[in-house]
Design a protein around this ligand. Sequence first.
Ligand code: GTP
Length: 313
Amino acid sequence: MINLELLKQAVMDSRDGITITDARRSDLPIIFANPAFERMTGYPLDRLVGHPCGIMRPAEDAAADAARTVLDDGDGCEATFHSRRRDGSRFWNEVSISPIYEADGTLTHYIGIHKDVTQRVLLERELRSKTRDLATANAELEKLVALDALTGIYNRRHFDERLAVLWEFAARNADPIALFFIDIDHFKHYNDAFGHPAGDRALVQVAQRLAEIFQRGSDVLARYGGEEFVVLASGMAREPAARFAQRLCERIEALELPNPEAPGARLTISVGHIVVTPKAGMRPAEALERADRALFEAKTSGRGRAVGAVEVA
Ligand SMILES: Nc1nc2c(ncn2[C@@H]2O[C@H](COP(=O)(O)OP(=O)(O)OP(=O)(O)O)[C@@H](O)[C@H]2O)c(=O)[nH]1
């Protein structure tokens, strides 16, 4: 049997707070608290003994209630309370409570082992908040990486990624994909006439107008290069694609941006488009090349128009 003096010394010297409360009284008064508990709470022993263990006023009633329910069932429990010290300051008290029974099964006392875990809880909170900030920053960064800085629509990198994914998807479902290459006509003249900042504003206006036209969630509109835009429209067949391409030319001309040096004195676009139903072994780059060639044809045959490429067999 262990030496009682040693047992007493262990309790008195423990770095953790130790309390014993009377379980036979509903207010659970403390009948013993060791020096570590006095230091933790700032209450001297004579202010603790005889007082309910709620003397530390747990701040979270829900946690206190939950602990009380478990104790009422006669079980031990672990809980973390946001408690107050005597001087009003707060600390996090991680407490492990065990019931003590007499030989006949009567519950007589609870023994509580208390740890001040304030540092740990604050660190965990800071870590959680930093993790949240990091996740928000990452999401923001991902968006930025995908977007064109000037126009706010997707950039070429993102377009190529989406094209690769949607191409596979269309191949599996034998769905058509329409690709549009759009290039502003005589944009060099525009810059020369109105200056580069005005050119930038025109690019933004064109991008916005294109975004208004392609509004379906499955459409991907991107700035592909300087004054060149590209659109992918999943599931669009040849006829509607040709109509869309024509409408693009009309809608951009309807912006009525002047381009004095260009024939017609208006800012116009040329469009090359293609509709493909991807098949095994066919690469998206081939379809893009064909759309680009159709764009070249639209340019050389007068600009301000749309030309459809022959569908890839
Ligand atoms: N303002 C502005 N201009 C740009 C930007 N990117 C490219 N450009 C201009 O777009 C013009 C493209 O000129 P070109 O490739 O000769 O084509 P174009 O004058 O549009 O003639 P066509 O395409 O043959 O009708 C150049 O003057 C570029 O400086 C940009 O971000 N902002």
